[in-house]
Design a protein around this ligand. Structure first.
Ligand code: MN
Length: 203
């Protein structure tokens, strides 16, 4: 079975996010960790294909879990790389539909950042801070996603994610996740978040 999922190239150089996110971390994170999720998702799909062909579904729980974990990891990392940029290009929005929605749902961009920072710092174990568009309520919500898939709201569209697995910060920040989260705001590509928002609300 040919590979379904493919590791995307980084949209910038490995050292482009320095000094807030170091080159060694980005290199390992993209080339090893993200690549492993892509491989894991492809492997799960291939094994499910085999199971259907053989009629043996004894491993269905493990394979279903692996597909959910690895494909979600691939999706979130793919988004993660695109919502970051070099510090010199990182500019907070001062107007527009995204900022208006943020003001409506959080009070201000500053309060959204505070809530997302607090949520990210307090994720239990490995996971993500997430800003998502929740289409039933037509509202932006902040979530703490554990691993890559737990505590998600079904149907919500992730538009901004902050990886707080230790592999995302341990080389540079050691155990100081809070410092990593505080520094992360220096490399957010808000223009991309606005584009994702514009696409999500149209669906
Ligand atoms: Mn990661």
């Amino acid at each position: 079975m040919p590979d379904v999922y493919v590791l995307p190239d980084l949209p910038y150089a490995y050292n482009a996010l320095e000094p807030y996110m170091d080159e060694a971390t980005v290199r390992l994170h993209h080339d090893k960790h993200h690549a492993a999720y892509v491989a894991g998702a492809n492997s799960a799909l291939a094994k499910l294909d085999d199971a259907r062909k053989s009629g043996n579904f004894d491993s269905i729980r493990a394979l279903s879990t692996a597909l959910s974990f690895h494909a979600s990891g691939h999706a979130l990392h793919s988004l993660f790389w695109t919502v970051m940029c070099p510090h010199s290009e990182s500019k907070e929005p001062t107007s527009g539909a995204f900022l208006e929605q943020v003001n409506k749902d959080f009070g201000s961009l500053e309060l959204l950042k505070k809530q997302l920072s607090a949520a990210s710092k307090a994720v239990e174990g490995s996971g993500w801070g997430m800003l998502a568009w929740e289409p039933m309520a037509k509202k932006l919500i902040v979530l703490q996603v554990e691993n890559h898939q737990k505590l998600m709201v079904q149907g919500a569209v992730p538009m901004f994610v902050l990886d707080v697995w230790e592999h995302a910060y341990y080389i540079k920040y050691q155990n100081k996740r809070a410092d990593y989260v505080d520094n992360f705001w220096n490399i957010v590509k808000w223009r991309e978040v606005e584009k994702i928002f514009d696409a999500a609300v149209r669906v």
